[in-house]
Write a protein that binds this ligand. Structure first.
Ligand code: FMN
Length: 402
């Protein structure tokens, strides 16, 4: 079949960094769960493994225009919540960690990819929001992580918009969130070398669901997106729902997400890139949203874990969308399946896979594979509970061959 010129497969220039991406696809943040982990030893924890490096090399080869890591933790809450994710911390640093982070960036660059580190600044951000007169110094761990990523050769950083604290009247104090968004970028930039700081990409993930739960309305979400633009973020990634398969049990959440996806761009200038993040599966749907100038592109998590080469397949006109995901409406299982697929992709480098990008990644539409996965999931959860009862943590993904 001849290739069809699609806007989804056309380049995109980010502003203000000026970085040019090959297409409108983003590999969304997906926790890997397969970094090193030793509950007793932080220095030996959160180091990117060869499996992580292999998986990211394959996403780059699969032509994801922008590739975002899983949440990189920078504090105790983060590592407790996401054991097996990557970790950056001043006290935990080592030569081995530095090398692994730069090997990760090199692997992506060797396939012409653009790599963004998602930094989970839970404790820094929380302390900043809780203080009446906060100072930039409170963001020291976030800034350290950003500089670390820069020094390791990453192309940018993604932060997340936090839920606002309540003001004295019990209403969401959005001003605080706007301040944090602004000061985070300014402070990070001030620590990067002048000659290359302009090219470092800043992204902001904004979950309409989290904000809605914290009492933020449509105009509040728009204010947050506008702040990202005026503070000089290159992109916003709007998450919080499932566009093509909305959860019928959560109509309020889904309709809020849909409204923000479809209307937000009208309130923003043309410089900031707006990605939809959640439930984008079919080329026709995405194409029409981009053509209508509602979105600049889309980010995908579940589909990116199932098909590492999806953007390449779309560019070659071999598919009309992502394959079916049996866990579309079961998020926890979908996350476990995605992590298992990342681990499968990571078992071999692209060269060891003879250039076959999706080599070894299970297809959950195969009934035998699905059955094996569900059995392995039961085992994994039982093991996890048993260890939890002993005060221990089970890190890692479900191990399963395709
Ligand atoms: C395996 C997996 C891991 C995820 N890990 C993260 C994460 O570390 N940080 C984050 O912000 N979102 C994470 N998410 C959420 C995704 O980034 C995304 O917002 C969500 O899955 C909706 O996109 P989708 O419909 O394309 O899957 C994860 C999702 C999956 C499937």
């Amino acid at each position: 079949m001849p290739a069809v010129a699609r806007v989804l497969s056309s380049p995109l220039t980010l502003h203000p960094s000026g970085r040019v991406l090959i297409n409108r696809f983003v590999k969304a943040a997906t926790s890997e769960y397969i970094a090193t982990y030793d509950q007793e030893n932080p220095v030996a924890t959160g180091i990117p493994t060869q499996a992580i490096i292999n998986a990211y090399e394959k996403w780059a080869a699969g032509q994801w225009g922008l590739i975002v890591t899983g949440g990189i933790v920078i504090d105790t809450i983060g590592i407790t919540f996401l054991p097996g994710n990557m970790w950056i911390g001043e006290n935990e640093d080592s030569e081995e960690r530095r090398k692994a982070f730069s090997d990760l960036a090199k692997a992506v660059h060797s396939r012409n990819g653009t790599l963004i580190g998602q930094v989970l600044n839970i404790e820094d951000g929380g302390a900043y929001l809780a203080t009446e007169h906060p100072e930039a110094a409170q963001l020291s761990r976030t800034v350290y992580a950003a500089k670390y990523l820069f020094d390791s050769g990453f192309d940018g950083i993604e932060l997340s918009a936090p839920e606002p604290p309540k003001d004295n009247a019990g209403l969401p104090n959005i001003e605080k969130v706007l301040q944090l968004i602004d000061i985070s970028r300014c402070t990070i930039r001030s620590t990067l070398p002048l000659e290359s700081v302009e090219k470092f990409i800043f992204g902001l993930k904004v979950s309409t669901a989290r904000l809605q739960q914290a009492g933020v309305d449509f105009s509040g979400v728009i204010k947050i997106l506008q702040q990202a633009e005026s503070s000089g973020y290159d992109y916003v990634s709007i998450a919080g729902g499932n566009y093509e398969f909305p959860l019928s049990t959560d109509e309020e959440r889904e309709s809020f997400y849909r409204k923000v996806i479809e209307e937000a761009k009208q309130y923003l200038g043309s410089n900031i890139t707006v990605y939809g993040n959640g439930g984008f599966r079919s080329v026709a749907v995405i194409e029409s949203l981009i053509k209508a100038k509602k979105l600049s592109g889309v980010t995908m998590a579940k589909a990116a874990c199932a098909e590492f080469s999806l953007p390449q397949k779309v560019a070659q006109n071999r598919v009309t969308g992502a394959i079916n995901n049996p866990f579309e409406l079961e998020n926890d299982t979908a996350v476990m399946a995605g992590a298992a697929q990342i681990n499968q992709a990571g078992a071999k480098s692209l060269a060891e896979s003879q250039g076959i990008i999706n080599d070894g990644v299970m297809d959950l539409n195969n009934s035998t594979t699905l059955k094996k996965f569900l059995e392995a999931k039961e085992d994994f959860l039982n093991k996890k509970q048993k260890l939890k009862d002993e005060g221990k943590v089970l890190a890692g993904a479900i191990l399963l061959s395709a």
